[in-house]
Design a protein around this ligand. Structure first.
Ligand code: ZN
Length: 416
């Protein structure tokens, strides 16, 4: 049961809830090219807290965009990275729940549960193969025990939250994603297989799973890591998830979800080729890339709008540790790359825009500057109506940037 979530889906976070229409237009364009992609508006509890918004605002924004654009296909509202402590606020307005259980990884688990898990996976002891690959995935009793000690608490936690949502929303009224991406160590394809097995054993029925992939997924910039290793691992993950769906009778169409997925330009051709080769779906989440386009649009507008975003940058520079701290595992800023206050204050629109816009081979492009501005949405939120008023005054130039970024730099290389 995939509900309204199609084979291909794309998460569009919108921190200030002003770009819904411009975010939806690229999906309409993709449809004209013959590719159906389900838009999913995602916003995490953490983002709501930072900008002072409420979960229902995401649904309102989506509904307005749907109406204005005349979108007749499905769309979903993702309660992103929720847990039992904060899910209540999202129940009424969301139909996609990203159940984040990364915090359960490494937590001890009782011997009974471990035994039960080993018993459940007995058929795969000695190794297993999956259709589409010659490889034998090695699995023995010790590996099962080690995996259970590491992941079983997180899987039980997923069950607890899933059951809670199921009771409140009712079957068929929501879809669930299980995410374990916010950890340092990547999960292997065998671990992904066992995550699927554990979820199936406990009756959890996800439609997407977000593991931690190999390499660094930094916010708003390209992937850092070995592309060949990523490609090999990603293909094994696709095959494993397809096989696990079959043998554990998980929801048909179960697919991988890529978090911090925006701007991973070097990965998109690899992912595109592999999902088509194996005829499997994909979900990819973005959020900050739209906020960065808002800053680009304001800089392009010039005048007081340019001064506003310069001020936001300068303040972010002064509050570097506070703003980058919460994102330490997903940023890689070379401080020497960051322009000084006096330098930026002299920049014209063009210089500011070219330093920020993600055109990797542009001589002015500055990934450190871009990553720091990624974290500066907190500063913009503090500006209140001064900032949102500027978004409204310059909506046309901002919107053009938002749509072009999603369509040309994301959707086309990833899905078309
Ligand atoms: Zn995540």
């Amino acid at each position: 049961m995939l509900n309204k979530l199609g084979k291909y889906s794309f998460g569009i976070g919108d921190r200030f809830a002003h770009q819904g229409v411009y975010q939806l237009k690229p999906f309409q364009a993709a449809k004209k090219f013959g590719t159906d992609i389900t838009p999913v508006w995602n916003k995490s509890h953490r983002e709501h807290i930072t900008v002072g918004s409420k979960p229902e605002s995401v649904k309102e924004e989506a509904e307005q965009a749907i109406k204005k654009c005349g979108w007749e296909q499905g769309y979903m509202i993702d309660a992103d990275h929720i847990n039992l402590q904060n899910v209540d606020g999202f129940l009424a307005s969301s139909d996609f729940f990203t159940i984040d259980v990364a915090y359960g990884i490494g937590q001890p688990c009782g011997e009974n549960k471990i035994q039960q898990f080993i018993e459940f996976n007995k058929p795969y002891i000695g190794g297993f193969s999956v259709p589409g690959s010659d490889k034998i995935f090695n699995l023995n009793k010790n590996m099962l025990r080690e995996f259970a000690g590491q992941f079983l608490t997180a899987i039980y936690e997923a069950q607890r939250i899933y059951q809670y949502i199921l009771e409140k929303k009712g079957e068929g009224n929501f879809v669930a994603e299980i995410s374990m991406d916010e950890v340092d160590k990547a999960q292997s394809p065998v671990e992904l297989f066992l995550v699927c097995s554990g979820l199936a054993m406990l009756g959890v029925r996800p439609v997407t799973i977000a593991p931690k992939f190999t390499g660094r997924f930094n916010k708003g910039v390209d992937y850092e890591g070995d592309l060949n290793i990523f490609a090999k691992e990603f293909e094994e993950n696709l095959l494993v998830i397809k096989y696990a769906t079959e043998i554990f009778d998980l929801p048909k169409g179960l697919k991988l979800s890529v978090h911090t997925g925006s701007d991973k330009f070097s990965l998109y051709p690899v992912i595109n080729q592999l999902i088509k080769k194996h005829n499997i779906g994909l979900h990819l989440k973005t959020a900050g890339t739209t906020w960065l386009e808002e800053v680009i649009g304001l800089a392009e507008a010039g005048g007081s709008a340019l001064e506003l975003v310069k001020g936001i940058y300068v303040e972010a520079l002064n509050r570097f540790d506070e703003l980058t701290g919460p994102y330490s595992t997903v940023l890689n800023i070379d401080k020497k790359q960051l322009p000084e206050k006096d330098t930026v204050e002299k920049w014209d629109s063009e210089k500011f825009v070219n330093s920020l816009r993600h055109i990797p081979d542009h001589p002015d492009y500055n990934p450190g500057f871009r990553q720091l501005i990624h974290t500066a949405y907190k500063v913009a939120a503090e500006r209140g109506e001064l900032f949102t008023g500027a978004l409204e005054a310059h909506s046309a130039v901002i919107g053009k940037n938002v749509s072009e970024n999603i369509l040309e730099r994301h959707i086309k290389p990833l899905f078309l």
